[in-house]
Ligand binder design. Structure first.
Ligand code: SAM
Ligand code: DTB
Ligand code: SF4
Length: 341
């Protein structure tokens, strides 16, 4: 049996008598579940085939993160060490000064990063916060780096202001399926997240949007997350897939670890359903090991967070990443666009 899986066609799986129809132009949850359940080798083969149609093989984007305003967040995202409500040992700090951020961005550029993402632990920035972040964005852009920010919920006029300052990408994750969202966070709704994504799009900023695997979600919720992302019109330019970093003190600290093959499957299905997106192998690499990361690259991941720290938790150090890329014959990308443009 063949495995011709197409966004707008009836799809036939390798498993006998399992045919799933998808609505033209949209991914049904059933079609995504069917992909997630494919024989592992077939799924990886298909994902790598799709990947090579859209990106040069072996090209990995390096994006460096910096927490420009850490901790003390009024939201209660169950995974997050920066929520004020949870006792995680993270100390709250004020927004960093421009020169400090520029030093970090220059160091990231010198180490080979092409994108610099600034994170702030806000529910939503205030007018004066956006003014200050706009200065950071302009300064980082001035170094010749692609700029990204993740600041919480964004009003349309704030998005316009950040675009004018030179913001290329805004990161705002849907995190999980709508049906599971309230189990993870109760201080905002899924619709709030979608509204911010709409503001970002309208301002002409590229969207970076993904989610987390390993929060106790069921397989159908994983499919539901991918469906939400892939059915955004257009789908995000960047899709970070995070494996939960289980931080003591957070409500999700005792979640069962994710089966590494299930994580690889999520990467593969993100690649197949969003062929032109940069799929980022995001949080959780420190706990993953080289072999699983290699499988993620085979499944179509072509971006990583690069630098010794994520926002407040650890990431593989730069030397380890350079060695891993070299062992696998992968090269740091010079661009973020499909087709190497
Ligand atoms: N406050 C902003 C917001 O919530 O959009 C920006 C920062 S927030 C830390 C960015 C994203 O990091 C979250 O949406 C979540 O997907 C991811 N994240 C946070 N803590 C994580 C953890 N412990 N493990 C994996 N991903 C995490
Ligand atoms: C994303 O999807 N993952 C990054 C970034 N976007 C902002 C954050 C990961 C955070 C991991 C836990 C921490 O260090 O706070
Ligand atoms: Fe705040 Fe963002 Fe952490 Fe949620 S994920 S608690 S909004 S910093």
């Amino acid at each position: 049996m063949t495995s011709t899986l197409n966004n707008s066609q009836s799809i036939t799986l390798h498993r006998p008598s399992k045919t799933v129809a998808s609505v033209p132009g949209r991914w049904s949850i059933e079609a995504i579940q069917a992909l997630l359940e494919m024989p592992f080798m077939d799924l990886l083969h298909q994902a790598q085939t799709v990947h090579r149609e859209h990106f040069p093989a072996g090209d990995i984007e390096l994006a460096t993160l910096l927490s420009v305003k850490t901790g003390g967040c009024p939201e209660n995202c169950g995974y997050c060490p920066q929520a004020a409500e949870f006792d995680t040992g993270v100390e709250a700090s004020k927004l960093m000064a421009v020169d400090e951020v520029v030093r970090a961005a220059q160091a990231a550029k010198d180490a080979g990063a092409t994108r610099f993402c600034m994170g702030a632990a806000w529910r939503a920035p205030k007018d004066r916060d956006v003014e200050k972040v706009a200065e950071l964005v302009a300064a980082v852009k001035g170094l010749g780096l692609q700029t990204c920010a993740t600041l919480g919920m964004l009003e349309p006029h704030h998005a316009t202001q950040l675009k004018a300052a030179g913001l290329d990408y805004y990161n705002h994750n849907l995190d999980t399926a709508p049906e599971y969202y309230a189990d993870v966070v109760s201080t905002r709704t899924y619709q709030d997240r979608l509204d911010t994504l709409a503001s970002v799009r309208s301002a002409g900023i590229s969207v970076c949007c993904g989610g987390i695997v390993g929060m106790g979600e069921a397989p159908v919720h994983r499919a539901g997350l991918i469906a939400q992302l892939a059915n955004l019109n257009p789908y995000p330019e960047s899709v970070p897939i995070n494996s939960l970093v289980r931080v003591p003190g957070t409500p999700l600290a005792d979640s069962d670890p994710v089966d590494p093959f299930d994580f690889v499957r999520m990467i593969a299905v993100a690649r197949i359903t969003m062929p032109k997106a940069r799929v980022r192998l995001s949080a959780g690499r420190q706990q993953m090991g080289d072999a699983v990361q290699a499988l993620c690259f085979l499944a179509g991941a072509n971006s990583i967070f690069y630098g010794d720290k994520l926002l407040v938790t650890g990431n593989p150090d730069v030397g380890a990443d350079i060695r891993l890329l070299s062992k696998l014959g992968l090269k740091a990308s010079k661009t973020s666009q499909p087709g190497g443009k």
